[in-house]
Design a protein around this ligand. Structure first.
Ligand code: AMP
Ligand code: GLY
Length: 423
């Protein structure tokens, strides 16, 4: 089979490596992919948002199955366009991807169907929003309605900060049209859990839970990033919490989407907070998480291609999705300065005895075949072990064997999870 994967980060590299385990896979094209994954896929210089070019490529290259990984092409209708052209594809339709594409949609959906989430108000008028902020409880959370590269959420500790956030989104349009409508939300507290799931619209099969580390610096300090590392499973996601999530969140969400005529087929990501009043939804994503995928897929014992094809066809069965009882840890190595300004173009090398899994996110191939850093998050180093503490220790041991100038990584990925396990 010839496969096509849309996207070019560490998440896509993890998906590609897992898909390759299926013996019927002859070739995988990554659009655009990146130079660091060239050994695993044929990278083609077509942008993930260039839907027409993606569909043309798929038709001209007799692609048997496509996987659309990032949010942008999903929200733009890439899966619909591929299917119209006769190419089966994994990922939600444009109608279903709105669950991530619009926070107003997802909040209203949860309210309508009684799915637990933070209390909220929606504003399309700046002055009304500012007036509301005079009296609302503080801290408060301001969210741009549309996609904003994961940066559209501001947690305001004071009224002043909250007002500044509203002005920057609604007047200065720092997130463009994404900020035309905003959600002002109750500030919740509690540990966060990411649960990725496969759903074909009829059943929902959760994958192993995970924990992201979004802040740039140790101790959850510094700016928000795309994610500096992950561990799986997440110790806060106990069997009891999992049962409640299935009953109160996962199944009701699938049913709600169906009732709204927006059946969701693909990977639905539940960003959860385990509050004192129980699990609540912080966000939905219409796709695999990054870097959650990098710890979840190495623990998947089953065949990813079979699962994805069944998900797309509406024939998913729970027994198709089996996870190992092991743990995994991903440490992201970034360019120093990320998520702000950083230098790039430094050669990446690994010692001969490197024994981890390497998922490359931001790299390009030089003419002489060298792999050069080419992004903020450069790569993820992943290790798997029976116990979480061993996976974490092993990931850090392998990080020492990967080299590039200006490398920066957090030293405490997994620390919070290990402390929670001991408590
Ligand atoms: P999001 O982009 O929706 O994932 O939000 C980014 C981060 O902001 C989340 O991972 C949470 O840590 C935090 N966050 C979002 N909404 C809330 C909320 N209502 N209360 C507290 N923290 C929140
Ligand atoms: N790691 C968070 C996300 O993928 O949105």
């Amino acid at each position: 089979m010839k496969l096509l994967v849309v996207g070019g980060g560490g998440r896509e590299h993890a998906i590609i490596k897992k898909l390759k385990e299926n013996k019927s896979v002859e070739e995988i094209f990554a659009l655009p992919g990146n130079g660091g994954m060239a050994a695993d896929a044929t990278c083609v210089n077509i942008g993930a948002k260039d839907i027409d070019a993606i569909v043309d490529f798929a038709k001209n290259n007799a692609i048997d199955f496509a996987v659309v990984a990032p949010d942008d092409p999903l929200v733009l209708g890439c899966v619909d366009a591929l299917k119209e052209a006769g190419i089966p594809a994994f990922g939600p339709s444009k109608a279903a991807a709105i669950i991530e594409g619009s926070k107003v949609f997802s909040k209203d959906l949860m309210k309508k169907y009684g799915i637990p989430t933070a209390e909220y108000e929606v504003f399309s008028d700046k002055d009304a929003a500012l007036a509301y902020l005079e009296t609302c409880p503080i801290p408060t959370v301001i969210k741009a309605d549309g996609l904003a590269l994961g940066k559209g959420v501001i947690i305001a500790e004071t009224r002043e900060e909250a007002k500044e956030a509203v002005v920057s989104m609604m007047e200065d349009k720092i997130f463009g049209e994404s900020g035309s409508n905003i959600v002002v939300e109750e500030f919740l507290t509690g540990p966060e859990v990411s649960v990725l799931s496969f759903t074909d619209g009829n059943i929902v099969v959760p994958m192993v839970s995970s924990m992201d580390h979004k802040r740039a610096l140790d101790g959850d300090k510094g700016l928000n990033t795309g994610g500096m590392g992950t561990i799986a499973p997440n110790p806060y996601y106990t069997a009891e919490v999992a049962e409640r999530c299935m009953k109160e969140i996962f199944l009701p969400t699938i049913e709600a989407m169906k009732k709204e005529d927006r059946e969701f087929r693909g990977c639905l990501y539940f960003g959860l907070m385990i509050t004192e009043k129980g699990p609540k939804v912080i966000e939905y994503n219409c796709r695999f998480g990054d870097p959650e995928t990098q710890v979840v897929l190495p623990l998947l014992d089953s065949d990813l291609l079979e699962i994805m094809m069944a998900t797309a066809a509406g024939t998913l069965k729970e027994e198709m999705v089996q996870f190992a009882d092991d743990a995994a840890c991903c440490v992201v190595m970034a360019s120093n300065g990320y998520p702000q300004a950083y230098e790039k173009g430094f050669p990446i090398t690994t010692d001969e005895d490197f024994g981890g899994i390497l998922y490359v996110a931001g790299a390009k191939l030089a003419e002489d075949g060298a792999v050069l850093t080419n992004g903020g998050r450069v790569l993820g180093v992943v290790a798997r072990a029976e116990k979480l503490e061993d996976a974490v220790a092993e990931a850090y041991k392998q990080v020492e064997k990967v080299h590039f100038d200006n490398a920066y990584y957090r030293k405490d990925i997994g620390a919070k999870a290990l402390a929670a396990k001991e408590a």
